[in-house]
Design a protein around this ligand. Sequence first.
Ligand SMILES: [Zn+2]
Length: 167
Amino acid sequence: MSGLPQYFAPIRLAEHGEEIVGDIAVSQMPRLRQSLHDGSGTVHVTLSCMPGENGITRILGNLVTTLKVECQRCLGAFDLPLRVAIDASAAPASISPAGEADVIMRAEDSLVHLAGFVEDELILALPLAPLHPAGRCPVAEYSASRAPARETPFAALKKLKLGNGSP
Ligand SMILES: [Zn+2]
């Protein structure tokens, strides 16, 4: 981690108007790593906080990264560029915001683990079944070019019927 704190305090960032900017290695995110081909690459993090209503602090920012994922069609690895906009909320455990479904952190000490937070956001943003972009998947190209040449079962049946019908 280059210059990034391990934890951040949303309330303090909001009070001081500070911004967190830096890179986190993908290899530091073991849960995200499970969904990837390998743990190479870094995530560029930009975060800032602002006071919200009822003691809730909003966390805003974005993550920019390129993750090495596996295509679920051909199982080949490819680079998936991701840009994730962050709009989350943090509230201390003493506050129970009713109906605030998007409040994700309720740490007693109001500290948020930075890598864990970034990891959660990336897991949510990652497609469930990553696929090569259109025209780049060898399996899709193979079946597309072969399909017209193959005889369909209906064509075979038609031929069979014609054959039986002729004297
Ligand atoms: Zn593929």
